[in-house]
Design a protein around this ligand. Sequence first.
Ligand code: CTP
Ligand code: MG
Length: 258
Amino acid sequence: MVTAIFPAAGKGRRMQAGMNKAFMELAGIPILVRTLLKFSDCQAVDRLVIAAAEPEVQFVRDILKRLPGLKPWQVVAGGSERQYSVWKGIQAIEDAAEDDIILVHDAARPLVSDRVIRETIRTAAAKGAAIAAVPAKNTIKLCSTAGEVVETPDRSLLWEVQTPQGFRRDILVRANEQAAADGFLGTDDASLVERLGETVHIVASDYRNIKITTPEDILIATSFLAEEQEKSLLKSNLENMFKTFTEEIREKFIRYED
Ligand code: CTP
Ligand code: MG
């Protein structure tokens, strides 16, 4: 059994759209929906768990109920940090077996490819822990808090990490339990697994799998999307449905002050 967990409980502050960016439209369809469809359409994925902000849980359920043919899904309330949102998603799937695979994927990465999803599952099943990543394009400096360069790591050894990140369930559960016990907060899921001494394996991903974070990312994602020609993957009635549905979404999403 392969379960994909989607942390979607952020506020999208850096996007400065006054709303959770997961509900922003990309070529007419909310980012979260595009992301979920990628996994729902992937043969190797069995079910979807979405961690939504507590006040947005019902809203997300209402959207997903209207998507025909979506794989089995459930929406749980997320937490104040991404790591806590993921942990709540993991805890919601109690019926899973130890050697089941759990994928974690940012709701804000709708451009992930089917190949990367499948490769991550395959590597996680074979080796226990696998993360999508791309070779660093830029030179990266390690600096002091005072802004002085300390060291220049060899770029050929540096990878920019993305999601999906896939794990055997028992490893990911242990990693999150240990992090909670130690009060450790990581910036990705694999960093919790690394603390256990488990080896994490890289899956070569592609540069299109960006995390939509700041306003210019919408422009970039829109052009990638055009190239993807994924319209053919989406049922055309789905697109039409969203033409009318987007008005409702615009009225109902929660607006934030900052
Ligand atoms: N996320 C989450 N729970 C949180 C914070 C973030 O589930 N408490 C999710 C976001 O919804 C997003 C993913 O984690 O899909 C990656 O986080 P990020 O890109 O930082 O999104 P936001 O936290 O929403 O954006 P920002 O940091 O700019 O506010
Ligand atoms: Mg964030």
